[in-house]
Ligand binder design. Structure first.
Ligand SMILES: Cc1cc2nc3c(=O)[nH]c(=O)nc-3n(C[C@H](O)[C@H](O)[C@H](O)COP(=O)(O)OP(=O)(O)OC[C@H]3O[C@@H](n4cnc5c(N)ncnc54)[C@H](O)[C@@H]3O)c2cc1C
Length: 468
């Protein structure tokens, strides 16, 4: 069976539209702040490793909790250069990678998790306002769209479960005019959009204004308990800290125990040129909602402050051996597929070209949302596994890390979601075989009215199934 995205698109149109696209995140195409390298050994009360959102929220909230504490953040490359500077900028309230995932794993505490996620989204907005962060924050809500008949029922069921307002074909096309839409589900409160790189840079500014010391080009190479604290080695010297938080996301963990818990999966994105008023009128989209379609392999898209369309998702590519390599980020076949799907969705925009193409790696675990842990006799906290939904969840995760290090029991630390670690992925070649079989099966399900095959049903039973 074919899906709407299997329709023919003229290869010349795709080639012409992609020709001007330069390689690299459009979001990072702005002036970036510079921070010094670590000059030599130093001491800290708290050391944060990683200058993405996880590390930055941790450092900011740490100094706010303990004014006067010496908080140091080290980043191997540049602040926000990785996932935090490349993502779609959807700030979803969900901290469980969607309601279906959270509900199926933690039914007893799911309502609590939903509320904590909403509180986190409101808290993030309040932090942004309090620190006067200029990050193009827009509380637009989220529109899920059905592009295949079986997805209409899914959206109706989700509306029945209180996840938003169901929109029939005419109403959804009135919001955003795509001939592919059969229905929609609009959640007004559960999503904001943001400029992702500005969020990282503004967080870094707020950190330094609050007294955090930030060092770029300073990679941690080893971590060890020493006396009553922790020693972290860097090429410039050792940092001795009372406590450490590891916010290193998809990159190899400094802790051996974490090496099998996540795998890197590459996600690809295109940005158009800014749309003219006439082009924007031709697709409606006056309310500027974030949009996602509803297949297992899904697209996400949104407008920027200057009315470009950010268009990403669909292909999610794993490379044998958990390998990370910048060469994987330029994948012509995927960019051509994304461009084709863009023109199927918005045939009105045939004249529009793409200015940027890029990719980033997401850290996927076997439960598809963050997991936490303590090491070094409670002196080192870590969090990983955001699986493509970390823009909002990293702030919640940072608070959990600080709670865990404090050794206090809080509402957050008592959550089963926080206390239990997921199963690791198996070593190679089994990881690769399993992931490719799952990916193939998800694609088949999308082409087969959503019917999940034996592989997916078995994974679902084991609590390892991915359901977007
Ligand atoms: C293409 C793409 C689209 C996405 N879209 C969305 C979206 O729309 N909404 C959403 O919610 N999520 C999205 N995500 C996921 C989201 O971007 C991430 O979950 C989030 O940015 C993770 O933040 P982080 O700080 O944990 O990781 P990162 O931003 O990856 O930061 C980790 C940092 O740690 C540093 N580091 C690693 N090891 C060391 C070391 N040993 N020493 C020093 N520094 C180290 C790295 O250099 C890096 O800067 C997307 C991700 C990608 C790739």
């Amino acid at each position: 069976m074919q899906t709407v995205f299997d329709r023919y698109v003229d290869p010349d149109l795709i080639g012409r539209a992609l020709a001007p696209a330069s390689f690299g995140s459009m979001w990072l195409d702005i002036p970036r702040p510079d921070y010094p390298r670590l000059p030599g050994a130093l001491n800290a009360d708290l050391l944060v490793v990683g200058g993405g959102y996880t590390g930055l929220w941790t450092a900011l909230h740490a100094v706010e909790r303990s004014p006067g504490a010496r908080v140091v953040l080290i980043e191997a490359e540049r602040i926000g250069w990785a996932a935090s500077g490349r993502n779609g900028g959807f700030v979803e309230a969900s901290i469980t990678h969607g309601a279906a995932n959270g509900q199926s794993r933690w039914p007893a505490e799911f309502r609590r998790l939903e509320q904590l996620g909403l509180d986190n989204l409101d808290g993030m907005q309040a932090d942004i306002e309090r620190h006067r962060m200029s990050v193009d924050w827009e509380r637009t809500g989220m529109l899920a769209v059905a592009t295949e008949p079986h997805q209409v029922q899914w959206l109706q069921e989700a509306a029945g479960a209180g996840e938003g307002r169901f929109l029939d074909q005419a109403s959804v096309r009135d919001e955003v005019a795509s001939p592919t839409y059969l229905a929609g589900l609009f959640g007004p409160d559960t999503c904001a959009i943001v400029h992702p790189a500005r969020l990282a840079f503004e967080l870094a500014r707020a950190c330094t204004e609050a007294g955090v010391q930030i060092f770029e080009h300073t990679g941690a190479t080893a971590i060890e308990r020493e006396g009553t604290g922790v020693r972290v080695d860097t090429p410039a010297g050792a940092i001795r800290a009372q406590r450490v938080v590891l916010g290193t996301n998809v990159f190899p963990s400094l802790l051996r125990r974490n090496r099998l818990h996540t795998v890197p999966v590459y996600d690809y994105v295109l940005s158009t040129e800014p749309l003219t008023d006439d082009q924007l009128d031709s697709i409606g989209w006056r309310s500027r909602q974030g949009v996602g379609d509803s297949a297992n392999q899904f697209h996400y898209y949104r407008l920027t402050a200057d009315n470009r369309i950010i268009w990403g998702g669909y292909d999610a590519v794993y490379h044998y051996g958990r390998r990370l390599d910048p060469l994987y980020e330029d994948r012509p076949a995927t960019f051509r597929r994304l461009a084709a799907h863009f023109f199927i969705t918005f045939p009105q925009l045939r004249e529009v070209t793409f200015t940027h193409r890029w990719a980033g790696a997401i850290d996927t675990n076997t439960r598809f949302c963050a997991h936490w842990g303590l090491a070094g006799r409670g002196r080192i906290a870590y969090v990983n596994g955001f699986t493509g939904l970390g823009v909002g969840a990293t702030r919640f995760a940072a608070d959990v890390c600080l709670d865990l290090l404090d050794g206090r029991r809080t509402e957050r630390t008592e959550l089963k979601m926080v206390r239990k670690r997921p199963l690791p992925f198996p070593p190679e070649p089994f990881a690769s075989i399993g992931i490719q079989a799952t990916r193939w099966s998800l694609d088949r399900a999308d082409h087969n009215g959503g019917q999940r095959n034996l592989v997916l049903r078995t994974l679902d039973r084991l609590g390892l199934g991915f359901d977007s």
